[in-house]
Design a protein around this ligand. Structure first.
Ligand code: NAP
Ligand code: GDD
Length: 383
């Protein structure tokens, strides 16, 4: 008998990788997707199965974390062995603009799922993974952050996720449910949403080296994040639900890097050296030199002459519009518990992550039609 998983947020970065991973393991995967005016399934189109096919193992359901009855019906119909609650309004800066909606979806949404499982009498059958976050540590009380580090959330997103964290713990203790939190530090990939900083950087750097964009505007260049690869992190989610006992785990690399250094690494991946000069809002990233052999290998000879004209020019600038009302300056996780108890080991280091993202974005931005359009939407990641 195949195991049945329900993934909320299946159209997101993590949902797409997790769905692919579980399907390969022989699961029947149900996914919750929102109704949108345009298709929002780009990331899972390669997994899609026509509804007229018999014995499908990927089935999508319209739904929303803000709709209890809809969630209850889907859980009743699908009778999942495992629920991965990945759906969320996941952008920290946007949560300052939409705090009430964020609380509803990210906080109460988790309660709706837990309560549906309880009311449907599935507490012994269904295991629940809650997508908790290193944003809970916010104004960090300890370095590095581990499972026992006190939380100090710094955004409406993090406060909503704090409710979700504790309601998961509470349902575990009150009703003996197999409900666990993965406290995941930032994880990125070629599928990362385009407005998160790493993807914003790799997309912009790709366009700059191809000569179709002049400047990249960023916010806080000194913020430090513990960045891993989403492909590694979804394996940890799976491992958490395979344990006999539910528990909460930090998933991180243990290494932290500034946004500024991520920019340098992204350019370096194309053979371009960028140096930073100036301070505060006047800080600039300037193209200092080009390793021509590497540039030709990674980007292509026909783009070299154009970029050489940019040597000495500032291409990275600070725009305070991207500052947050309250910022999380430093995140660095201690993954000891997940390594020892789950046996979780990431395959990618930061260099491998940047290489994967840059390779994918250079390829994507090169597409003739994409460049002609000055394109925004990302097409077919899995080509
Ligand atoms: P993502 O790419 O932004 O995906 C979020 C998913 O949630 C999308 O499928 C989105 O649907 C869906 N969604 C948003 N609001 C919803 C609602 N009201 N009802 C139903 N679905 C909704 O996020 P991700 O990076 O994959 O992250 C997955 C989860 O892990 C999130 O809960 C996030 O907060 C958490 N997390 C992420 C990281 C990280 O570094 N990536 C770290 C820690 C925790 P659409 O496609 O229609 O927008
Ligand atoms: N998005 C963005 N855009 N961030 C910028 C920019 C910019 O132009 N310039 C600097 N930053 C800084 C932010 O201020 C923040 O300190 C850091 O880059 C990372 O920002 P994001 O990539 O937006 O991610 P995040 O750390 O706020 O949140 C992500 O990771 C969390 C886990 O720690 C999201 O995936 C959350 O959903 C997740 O919980």
């Amino acid at each position: 008998m195949s195991k049945v998983a329900l993934i909320t947020g299946i159209t997101g970065q993590d949902g797409a990788y997790l769905a692919e991973f579980l399907l390969k393991k022989g699961y029947i995967v149900h996914g919750l997707k929102r109704r949108t005016s345009m298709f929002n399934t780009d990331r899972i189109d390669h997994l899609y199965q026509d509804p007229h096919i018999e014995n499908r193992n990927l089935i999508l359901h319209y739904g929303d974390l803000t709709d209890s009855m809809n969630l209850t019906r889907i859980i009743q119909e699908t009778q999942p062995d495992e629920i991965y609650n990945l759906a969320a309004m996941s952008h920290v800066k946007v949560s300052f603009d939409t705090p009430e909606y964020t609380a509803n979806a990210d906080g109460i949404g988790t309660l709706r799922i837990l309560e549906a499982v309880r009311l449907l009498g599935l507490t012994e059958k269904t295991r629940i993974y809650q997508a908790s976050t290193s944003e809970l540590y916010g104004l960090v009380q300890e370095v590095p952050q581990r499972e026992t580090t006190p939380f100090y959330p710094r955004s409406p997103y993090a406060v909503a996720k704090m409710y979700a964290y504790w309601i998961t713990v509470n349902y575990r203790e009150a009703y003996k449910m197999h409900a666990s939190n993965g406290i995941l530090f930032n994880h990125e990939s070629p599928l990362r949403g385009e407005t998160f900083v790493t993807r914003k950087i790799t997309r912009a750097v790709s366009k700059i080296v191809l000569g179709v964009q002049d400047n990249l505007f960023l916010g806080n260049l000194s913020a430090q994040r513990d960045w891993g690869h989403a492909k590694d992190y979804i394996k940890a989610m799976y491992l958490i639900l395979q344990q006999d006992e539910p528990s909460d785990y930090v998933i991180a690399t243990g290494i932290t890097t500034t946004v500024r250094d991520f920019v340098k690494l992204a350019f370096a991946e194309a053979g371009v050296t960028v140096t930073f000069a100036g301070e505060g809002v006047d800080e600039k990233g300037i193209i200092a030199s080009i390793d021509e052999t590497k540039f030709i290998e990674k980007v292509g000879e026909k783009y070299l002459a154009g970029l050489k004209e940019q040597i000495g020019k500032a291409v990275v600038h600070v725009d305070p519009a991207y500052f947050r009302p309250t910022e999380v300056e430093l995140l660095i996780g201690d993954p000891t518990k997940s390594k020892t108890r789950l046996g979780w080991e990431p395959e990618y280091d930061l260099q491998g992550l940047v290489e994967d993202m840059m390779k994918s974005d250079i390829k994507l931005m090169k597409k003739d039609d994409y460049l002609k359009e000055g394109g925004y939407r990302v097409m077919n990641y899995f080509e």
